[in-house]
Design a protein around this ligand. Sequence first.
Ligand code: CO
Length: 355
Amino acid sequence: MRRRIDSLRETLHKEGLEGYLVSNGANMLYLTGFEGGSRLLISADGDCILYVHRVNYDAAEDAVKDCEVRRVDYGDDLERVLARRIESLGLKSLGFDVMDAQTYMKMEKLLRETELKPRRDVMWALRKVKGEDELELLREAAEITSMGMEKALEIVEDGMVERELAAEIDYEMRKLGSEGTAFETIVASGPNSAYPHGGRGDRRLERGDLIIIDIGARYGGYCSDMTRTVTLGEASPRKIEIYEAVKEAREKALRIMRGGVKAREVDAEARRTIAEKGYGERFLHGLGHGVGLEVHEPPMLNPKSEDILTPGNVVTVEPGIYIRGFGGVRIEDTVLVLEKGVEVLTRAPYRLVVR
Ligand code: CO
């Protein structure tokens, strides 16, 4: 954590910021190792103060090594406390990650000598390149996710309700060490599979359905994200055609991925492959997104992305085709960007018909 705070300070110096105020829980976790803080105030020249509500104070004191922990109590005016500290530290320019409008207006009024600057990009620049310690946790999250998928492919059966299969997967991943899930598990079958985020989860699986299974474990705070699409029994020629198109898009995208490549070019490669098969309009989302302490973070792989892939980025690759009323196919893996190519972190077969 010390190293991460030092990196933030380096950035602050470079960007001409005298301090930084953190309100986002994942950013606080990244910098202090503790998620339950209320605010984190860091000066470019040495102060690091984590403000923690009474309910989490003991836990914070036990967990946080590199920052001063300050208790916040019922009735304390946290903005006023912060403003006083910011003023006593003499911080003339203060970057911050997020703040709701009401808090921002209040802080503006309280801070007469300090300029507030919305700079969430400062934190993203740090977080989007993963260190070895983070990669270890991301690999474990991916491993648990892969075992969850293995379980799913083993037990998926017609007659099962979507939600029931989701629950079994979640249970399996929890037993393997997952901290809850990175997001709500999606099992979307038949016409529901045409919605990228699934339906209500109450449909019974039928033979011949396209079934999208999108899952992610969380380990040490780090997320994972993977999808397989399967069918039970026989797949119609159209389903096979869609599946093969998505699979090819995935392979082509992975083939050109490496440090230095524009994220939107990787998206374009997958999109072109799907468009050539006549389904360009049915690829309803970007090719992928960064994964870390949050399941959707920069860099983004989509047609408008300005991101350039860098070694240490961990991103999803998830082409999909969705045909309303018919069904959809998505295949997704979480991958680590390397100087030359990628390392695929999640693993499970790419097979449409499971049994
Ligand atoms: Co995803």
